[in-house]
Ligand binder design. Structure first.
Ligand SMILES: Nc1ncnc2c1ncn2[C@@H]1O[C@H](COP(=O)(O)OP(=O)(O)OP(=O)(O)O)[C@@H](O)[C@H]1O
Ligand SMILES: [Mg+2]
Length: 202
């Protein structure tokens, strides 16, 4: 007898892009989202900036609020995973312990470290926030006056200061294909091969 009205649980897949501000998380998450859509996967891109206006509205940048921010997005990833949807999260998630909590609680959690030296990120300063943080106009900014705890054993590392967007995406896609977590590019959307969501293979 089913115990809830939801679907039979499926092993989900969550691609969590973590890294400093301006490391390239949103850029890569969007690209990977497009690639997986083209392969026929159902995906949801969860970008921290957008979610701070909705799911995470009202949360600030204290340690407690940052943790809650990450955990809320993580819960959503877990829920979407039950429907076979691939969640693609672009969220700094600066604290190692919380990322480990995500790994322990979300089936098919893949930690992707979007790595770039702080100096490169400061130079990119896409939103002008590093400049503000360096002038003291804003506080609690990751990399300046708030810590970023580097992943110690990420599943995938992409170095965005030395590899372009296409190369970083290839690295990620190749890893997912090698683990048989996504369909290969040469299988049509309506082809006979089913998606492999074997989170146990991670
Ligand atoms: N290999 C690369 N991968 C991703 N972005 C790159 C790469 N090389 C250069 N960039 C550039 O770096 C910038 C990264 O900005 P992006 O908004 O993606 O960062 P972010 O990590 O999402 O930052 P934030 O935490 O502030 O949201 C973009 O301007 C992008 O074009
Ligand atoms: Mg971003």
């Amino acid at each position: 007898m089913p115990t809830s009205l939801g679907p039979e649980p499926q092993n989900g897949l969550t691609l969590w892009f973590t890294g400093l501000p301006c490391a390239g998380k949103s850029t890569l998450a969007a690209q990977i989202g497009q690639e997986l859509l083209a392969r026929g996967h159902q995906i949801e891109v969860l970008d921290a900036d957008a979610l701070r206006h909705t799911l995470c509205k009202g949360l600030g940048f204290s340690r407690a609020d940052r943790e809650e921010n990450v955990l809320r997005i993580g819960r959503l990833c877990g829920m979407l995973g039950k429907y076979g949807i691939i969640s693609i999260a672009a969220v700094i998630a600066p604290y190692r312990q919380i990322r480990e909590q995500l790994r322990a609680s979300i089936p098919g959690f893949v930690e992707i470290y979007v790595k770039a030296p702080l100096g490169v990120c400061v130079q990119r300063d896409v939103k002008g926030l590093y400049a503000k943080a360096l002038k003291g106009e804003i506080t609690q900014f990751t990399g300046i006056d708030d810590p970023y705890e580097e992943p110690q054993m990420p599943d995938i590392v992409v170095e965005t200061a030395t590899s372009d967007v296409a190369t970083c995406c290839q690295t990620i896609i190749a890893w997912l294909e090698q683990k048989r977590l996504i369909v290969s590019a040469d299988v049509s959307v309506n082809g006979s091969e089913r998606f492999s969501r074997a989170s146990s293979m991670i």
